[in-house]
Design a protein around this ligand. Structure first.
Ligand code: ATP
Ligand code: MG
Length: 268
């Protein structure tokens, strides 16, 4: 069996082959011991690890394992998952919305990290918790889908009252920037959570679109567990990316890019 593991700030992603088929599982970072025990129980396995917590995981393993730099693993994994979707892309941007957000330019099979933002999946969890008390990821996402941002966000058209704005009036002028004095006490958790997802989605897509212009590519591949079971974040990112003239692409199992990349190193 060959196993690739991406131990990130929040989640551990595992990709492995069993009877020729590719399997994926994830664990919260708090369950690192469980992941290590599982790996240690597998006889005759080859293992490669990556991610910020790779060193901690390695220290818990009984067997030799390889390690690969996270950005290189992600690049290899994205190439693998693109091929699996029968997509061929020459130059593109990869935006990994993990705990934080990291942005990479891929050109002629070389990757370069060109930036990022501290606004990411960790922000989604943290702000949601502080504003509503809800801490479960799946619950945050489900409740957000039932909420509206209309009373909390300020749009460009709200500022340009009775006048044609110089840019699309539908763009957000200020996330959480509406006049909240009148409504602050009556906002629902659903509205607040939808607005948090709007803030995260618009920030990562705005930064990505600028980065794509900088490196002259038009396709932006979005990966990271923040998109997992999260149709609202995908919708915000898709519409903002298209509005700004770039093409978004979400990879199937994209959150496993690092794990798959680590695994593919063992197949070489
Ligand atoms: P980084 O790459 O920044 O070190 P990471 O690799 O752990 O972090 P990802 O696994 O790509 O990051 O994404 C983590 C985010 O995914 C969380 O911040 C949260 O928004 C979201 N998420 C998806 N599923 C879960 C889950 N079951 N539990 C907690 N967060 C989840
Ligand atoms: Mg990660």
């Amino acid at each position: 069996m060959i196993v690739g593991i991406d131990a990130g700030g929040t989640l551990i992603k595992v990709a492995y082959t069993e009877n020729e088929s590719l399997q994926f599982i994830k664990f919260p970072i708090a369950e690192m011991d469980r992941v290590a025990s599982w790996v240690n129980e597998q006889s005759d396995s080859k293992v490669c690890v990556t991610g910020g917590k790779a060193g901690v995981l390695l220290s818990l393993l009984n067997q030799e394992a390889r390690e690969i730099v996270e950005f290189e693993a992600t690049h290899l994994g994205v190439k693998f998952l693109l091929a699996r979707m029968e997509r061929q892309e020459e130059s593109y941007l990869v935006t990994n919305v993990g705990t934080g957000t990291s942005i990479h330019c891929i050109e002629n099979d070389r990757q370069e990290r060109i930036g990022g933002t501290g606004v990411g999946g960790g922000t989604l969890l943290g702000l949601s918790h502080l504003l509503t008390g809800v801490t479960d990821y799946e619950e945050i996402v489900r409740m957000a889908s039932a909420g509206s941002r209309d009373r909390i966000d300020l749009k460009v058209k709200h500022i340009y009252e009775g006048k044609e704005p110089p840019i699309s009036g539908e763009l957000t002028a200020s996330n959480f920037g509406n006049n909240l004095f009148a409504v602050a006490g009556e906002l629902s958790k659903e509205e607040l959570l939808a607005t948090v997802i709007g803030l995260v989605g618009e920030t990562v897509s705005t930064v990505s679109v600028h980065a794509a212009k900088q490196c002259g590519c038009s396709t932006i591949i979005y990966i990271g567990s923040s998109f997992f079971h999260n149709p609202l974040l995908k919708e915000v990112v898709t519409s903002y990316t298209l509005l700004r003239g770039a093409t978004p692409l979400f990879l199937e199992n994209g959150e496993f890019s690092g794990a798959v990349g680590a695994m593919s190193l063992l197949q070489e």
